[in-house]
Write a protein that binds this ligand. Structure first.
Ligand code: FES
Ligand code: FE2
Length: 355
């Protein structure tokens, strides 16, 4: 792997800013790429994101409150609309044009609140990834959560694109046998938006989570797809059936299948907000089935959080020291290369603009 373990930020991209239910009647503080941001909903219920710094005396707007016209600073009462324009100054008629704060483009779609952190002129809503399962609760019931993780955001992408950790870090939960994972048939394919990793395993013992979910009794065949979508999301698709059955037959009631979303939104160079959701495609009419799966996965992801934070602490001591790649890293290397290309392109555009 390159020395770039601590990945820089790609600015012209969409990131998950929040789950929709996090944004309500109170201002929500969230730092993204070292920029303090306040999220709130306007009177029409539309999510908005502004710089969390009042233009008057620099107080954080998150100390204020949401009002009919937008958000009101809690210090001297200036009010800003969703575009960041100051629309009210108590005791003053005229409002100067420079009385404003930076606003960020926000799109709420498929139960994500996406934010654009780069040049507003380059905003492209068509570039937002598609994850339709959140909007199909009957077919794909899901639960979701967010953790703050004290590690560089790309460590999460590395984690998800190298599943050989499943049999070790997660041996007691979703993992199953370590060797089965390390010897899985893998294909790595470049996509216009990232990298697709596919893994298949045949005739392996079912991990405890799968047995709990659908009651496997004998060996299973397993297929997983992990699609890295740059800069920092992974879409996960999994399926498992009794050995010999068709892995692609979604109507088999005895099969195990799920769809997961993982998004790592950089907070700083050494921390990120981990947004994840888990949808299941079995026992869809039993709410406890999705709850059980969520609890299992939650415990597993806390194992990932613990190792990544420990890893970050070590790497931060010598951030430029080379790491050694193994066979299982093919997809990690491809994902890192993809991001590097995008960073180079963005850097080239910025340097032309600066000339
Ligand atoms: S600092 Fe916000 S109104 Fe004065
Ligand atoms: Fe993991």
């Amino acid at each position: 792997m390159s020395a770039e373990t601590i990945a820089p930020f790609l600015r012209n991209a969409w990131y998950v800013a929040a789950w929709p239910e996090e944004i309500g009647g109170e201002p929500l503080a969230r730092t993204i790429m070292n920029q303090p941001i306040v999220l709130f909903r306007d009177a029409g219920g539309r999510a908005a994101a502004l710089e969390d710094r009042c233009c008057h005396r620099g107080a954080p707007l998150t100390h204020g409150s949401v009002v009919a016209e937008g958000i009101q600073c809690g210090y001297h009462g200036l009010v800003y609309d969703r575009a960041g324009r100051c629309v009210r100054i108590p005791g003053q008629e005229r409002i100067a044009g420079e009385a404003r704060v930076r606003s960020y483009p926000v799109v709420e779609r498929q139960q994500f609140v996406w934010i654009w952190m780069g040049d507003p002129a380059a905003t492209d809503e068509d570039a937002i990834l598609d994850f339709p399962y959140h909007d199909q609760p009957d077919r794909w019931p899901h639960r979701r959560a967010m953790f703050r993780i004290a590690a560089n955001y790309m460590m999460m992408m590395d984690n998800l694109m190298d599943l050989s950790h499943l049999g070790y870090l997660h041996a007691r939960t979703i993992g199953g046998s370590g060797l089965a994972h390390s010897t899985a048939e893998m294909t790595v394919e470049r996509r216009p938006t990232g990298v697709l990793l596919t893994r298949e395993m045949h005739g392996m013992p079912p991990p405890p989570t799968f047995v709990k979910a659908v009651g496997f009794e004998g060996p299973i065949d397993r297929r997983q797809e992990f699609e890295y979508v740059a800069p920092s999301a992974v879409l996960q698709w999994a399926s498992a059936v009794d050995t010999g059955k068709d892995l692609k037959d979604e109507s088999d009631p005895g099969g195990f299948r799920n769809r997961l979303f993982h998004g790592a939104t950089p907070e700083t160079e050494s921390s990120f907000h981990y947004f994840w959701s888990a949808a299941i495609g079995y026992r869809t009419d039993e709410p406890q089935a999705v709850d059980e799966f969520f609890q299992e996965v939650h415990a597993t992801f806390l194992e990932d959080k613990a190792i990544m934070e420990a890893q970050q602490a070590r790497i931060a001591l010598e951030p430029d020291r080379e790491l050694v790649a193994i066979r299982a890293d093919n997809a990690v290397v491809a994902a890192r290369r993809h991001l590097r290309r995008l960073l180079d392109e963005e850097g080239a555009v910025q340097s032309i603009a600066a000339e």
